[in-house]
Design a protein around this ligand. Structure first.
Ligand SMILES: [Zn+2]
Length: 640
């Protein structure tokens, strides 16, 4: 009998002896990080509300109880009983029964009402029908990404359970080594922005943190092909952790599966959905630009299939000697600081991912409170000594001035923006300004993936800032559903109509004017001296956005699709409104470390240009007297 089987046998015996004698245990299994207990008496289990919690704390495991398939009531009967228990106001839109696991997935407009106070309604459902309920939110704005991901996972449920069972046995395998060390190898984003990736290793375990792409680095050998990166191959990695969905952190995850990896990816649920959306778009863009994409869309599906979503604050075993906890990072939807506890109190490392320290309109500020942490791997995008951002309020009032002036001229405000994050922030600023009468009411058109990304935001209000979340819970106050917002889904014809119409605001991708529908908008509106092109985000070196900012007013338009090749003369006003950012500025980064509890002993400054990481590293050393480093790519640090 294998070690894991023996372990499960012992657990089964222990659980049986702890439970009242009238509750039977028919099987005990690992599924990913969870211990699943099958019982012939699910109703009795549910009646003792505290039983599962007691077991979980005694065994120090996450426990799920499921009914033995033999004892289940028929789905049709169960459906009626379930609907009787759930209040009508919950707005149930779908019930999906899984006979083999005894789970019923309930999709509802108000999941809180299906859960009930401290889970009381859920327990009532199990008491009534024996099935184990699982609740998901019906997106308030229909999202094809969310429904595609959910349908896909539904189809793949059997295979997914096999994957989870395999992962579960991996996590709970016996430790083989008597050695003790903790190392971090930097694979990317050191003294550069882009291709974030690290390996955290112990004698027992190798964890890959992030796996991003570096835009514009097509000629460089991807680090994933460098020997130090994957060692004896992708299969030597035990687990992958994704801090957030931005492509410079997530783009190459699917490549791992092409290389033969078939282990888990831990991230938040919204990061999983956003990642899928962005990776598919990444393939799309590559194809349009005539580049051979590094992997096929099938690999994106593999990535999603292998994702194990975690909530903020859940302490999760991901290997025999590694516990992972994700915390809010305040950067984009679902973004996380990844905290690792290694061994039994041996060492603690936190990877910041990208962070925003202060609250923004969309998110609460990044969490920097941990039980223990010795080393921090810290992003340094704005770590340079002069990287101070304009105050958010000043930026917003500048934006309102630009909109008012343009409106008075009868023009249109064209804002290139990233689909994820900046666009939703703009929507919130604009919606509030119109509600308060600071700017006139006018249509706000959303083009590119912005609408879809917004729909994903409204599906996961738990991940948004407290007051915004509360507004979304009250349907009539959901700012993203305001009447002014119009989704451009009619393509070129609709754009032409908008261009021929009166004053309006257009938010469109891509954020750096490197392609996408913004190119069309430039064709339509770029020649109008009464309109304004307004930059609200960083424009990287070499992008068309940066060139226009620098005064270029003749734009080559070579549109492969239409075989045209001509020059567009820009007549619009060009404005830049600084201060909107998903990243902490220099002060924010310093404050993150200053108020961090506990203060780490060592900080590795990464994810910034050479001067930014050097500046930040030296400032942290001088001000807080800690050991700091500005590593290069492919360095290894031994911490213990
Ligand atoms: Zn990011």
């Amino acid at each position: 009998m294998s070690n894991v089987d023996q372990q499960l046998e012992d657990l089964r015996a222990e659980i049986t002896s702890e439970l009242p004698s009238d509750i039977s245990v028919s099987d005990v299994k690992y599924e990913g990080p969870e211990l699943v207990v099958y019982t012939r008496d699910p109703k009795k289990f549910a009646r003792n509300g505290d039983l599962i919690r007691q077991l979980a704390s005694q065994l120090r495991k996450r426990i799920t109880v499921r009914p033995d398939p033999d004892v289940l009531s028929r789905p049709n009967d169960a459906r009626e009983d379930i609907m009787r228990v759930i209040p009508d106001e919950a707005g149930v839109t779908d019930l999906d029964f899984h006979v083999d696991t005894g789970e019923v997935v309930i999709e509802a407009e108000k999941p809180g009402m299906v859960i009930g106070k401290h889970g009381s309604t859920l327990r009532e459902i199990t008491q009534e029908v024996g099935w184990t309920p699982e609740v998901v939110r019906t997106p308030p704005i229909e999202s094809s990404t969310v429904s595609n991901v959910r349908n896909f996972l539904k189809q793949e449920r059997d295979e997914r359970r096999d994957i989870l069972e395999k992962v579960g046995r991996q996590i709970h395998r016996e430790e083989m080594s008597n050695d003790e060390y903790v190392r971090v190898t930097t694979l990317g984003c050191c003294r550069e922005v882009g291709r974030a990736s690290f390996i955290l290793s112990t004698p027992e375990t190798r964890v890959l943190i992030d796996c991003g792409d570096k835009p514009g680095a097509e000629d460089e050998v991807p680090y994933l092909q460098v020997e130090e990166a994957l060692g004896a191959g992708a299969n030597t990695i035990d687990a992958v952790v994704l801090t957030h969905a931005h492509l410079d952190h997530s783009a190459l995850l699917p490549l791992l599966f092409k290389y033969g990896y078939d282990g888990p990816i831990y991230t938040t649920e919204p990061s999983r959905d956003l990642m899928g959306l962005l990776q598919l778009d990444y393939l799309d863009v590559a194809a349009k630009e005539g580049r051979a994409p590094p992997y096929e869309s099938e690999m994106v599906r593999e990535t999603i299939k292998h994702t194990i979503p975690l909530e903020y604050g859940d302490v999760t075993d991901i290997a025999p000697d590694v516990k992972l906890t994700l915390h809010n990072a305040g950067h984009i939807l679902g973004s996380a600081v990844a905290h690792f506890h290694i061994g039994d109190g041996l060492y603690n490392v936190a990877f910041s991912g990208d962070i925003h320290y202060d609250d923004t309109r969309l998110f609460n500020g990044a969490v920097n409170d941990f039980p223990r942490v010795e080393t921090l791997i810290l992003e340094s995008t704005y770590g340079g000594r002069n990287d101070y951002q304009t105050d958010q309020e000043d930026s917003e009032s500048r934006l309102k001035d630009v909109i008012n002036d343009t409106y008075d001229q009868g023009g249109k405000v064209l804002i290139p923006a990233f689909a994820v994050g900046r666009s939703q922030e703009m929507m919130l600023v604009i919606e509030e300004a119109m509600r308060n009468g600071d700017i006139p009411e006018m249509p706000v058109h959303l083009d590119g993936m912005i609408w879809e990304a917004t729909a994903i935001h409204t599906t996961y209000p738990e991940y948004l800032r407290d007051d915004l979340r509360d507004r979304i819970f009250h349907e009539d106050e959901n700012p993203f559903l305001a009447d002014q917002f119009n989704h451009i889904d009619g393509g070129e014809e609709e754009r032409q109509e908008v261009a021929d119409g009166g004053p309006c605001i257009v938010l469109s991708t891509s954020g750096m004017v490197t392609g996408g529908p913004i190119m069309s908008w430039l064709e339509h509106v770029g020649g109008d001296p009464d309109s304004t092109l307004t930059f609200v985000g960083y424009q990287a070196q070499g992008t068309l956005g940066r060139r226009i900012q620098n005064g270029w007013d003749e734009i080559p338009m070579n549109d492969r699709g239409r075989g045209r090749n001509n020059t567009l003369k820009l007549e619009v006003d060009v404005e830049t409104v600084d201060g909107f950012s998903g990243h902490a500025d220099r002060q924010g980064l310093m404050n993150f470390v200053k108020t961090m509890s506990p203060r780490p002993e060592k900080v590795l400054c990464v994810h910034g240009d050479e001067s930014s990481v050097q500046d930040l590293s030296s400032a942290l050393y001088h001000e807080y007297n800690m050991r700091t480093f500005a590593p290069k790519n492919l360095e290894t640090f031994r911490f213990k």
